[in-house]
Write a protein that binds this ligand. Structure first.
Ligand code: G4P
Ligand code: NA
Ligand code: NA
Length: 194
């Protein structure tokens, strides 16, 4: 997606060879017009997929997922990270380990929000090692829902997330695919021709 690549080139900061900071439009500040275009792009790529719900994880997945849900005309559900104080049986729970943050989060989704008849599109801001994506897939699996695929805003293609999801047979649509962050520069996998 050209608009997104240009935005990353202009406003993204390479923090290390593995971390891209995009806090002016995605992770802290949010660009609503860009989010709208992202929502339209995912909706168009997954059109006809019979999607009934969009699923993401708080907090940075919510903005692109919300615009996607709006375009598809379906509800959005976000998995919550806040730990529940008591064991409850009205939620699906999965543990998600973050290599970036070196911490494990327990995420939950209320059982009533995801049903066996649902077809879910999973949206997230970043795909790194695929821990969050796999955790969401397991939540959808617990619900008996079908997974239409993954809509990823920024894929770090040099990390293992895509390969891992593809091995599980999932469809992945990523709007910006980063080949490398070496030498402080962003290189995309598919440079736009036009
Ligand atoms: P994984 O799920 O694909 O394995 O990724 P990882 O554990 O590395 O990601 C943990 C958190 O770090 C996620 O946010 C993810 O979006 C974010 N992240 C991963 N790589 C990058 C990067 O290069 N740049 C930025 N800006 N973020 C990255 P989170 O903990 O869920 O936080 P939130 O922002 O959604 O609240
Ligand atoms: Na994030
Ligand atoms: Na995220």
């Amino acid at each position: 997606m050209r608009l997104l690549q240009d935005k990353i080139r202009r406003e993204g900061t390479v923090l290390s060879p593995s971390i891209l900071k995009v806090d002016t439009f995605l992770n802290h500040g949010i660009d609503p017009l860009l989010m709208r275009e992202i929502g339209r792009e995912f909706a168009s790529r997954f059109a006809g997929g019979g999607i009934t719900k969009v699923l993401t994880i708080e907090s940075s997945g919510i903005a692109p997922a919300m615009m996607t849900a709006l375009e598809l005309g379906v509800p959005l559900i976000f998995a919550r990270k806040r730990k529940s104080l008591t064991l409850r049986d009205d939620v699906f729970t999965e543990k998600i380990y973050s290599y970036t943050k070196e911490e494990e989060n327990e995420v939950t989704v209320a059982r009533k929000l995801l049903l066996p008849g649902d077809t879910v599109l999973i949206v997230d801001d970043f795909l790194a090692n695929g821990e969050a994506a796999s955790g969401m897939a397991r939540i959808a699996g617990q619900a008996g829902a079908r997974i239409a695929g993954f809509g990823i805003v920024i894929e770090k293609s040099f990390q293992s997330g895509r390969r891992r999801l593809e091995e599980e047979g999932f469809r992945i649509e990523a709007l910006a695919r980063i080949r490398s962050l070496e030498n402080g520069a962003v290189t995309f996998l598919e440079e736009p021709s036009g």
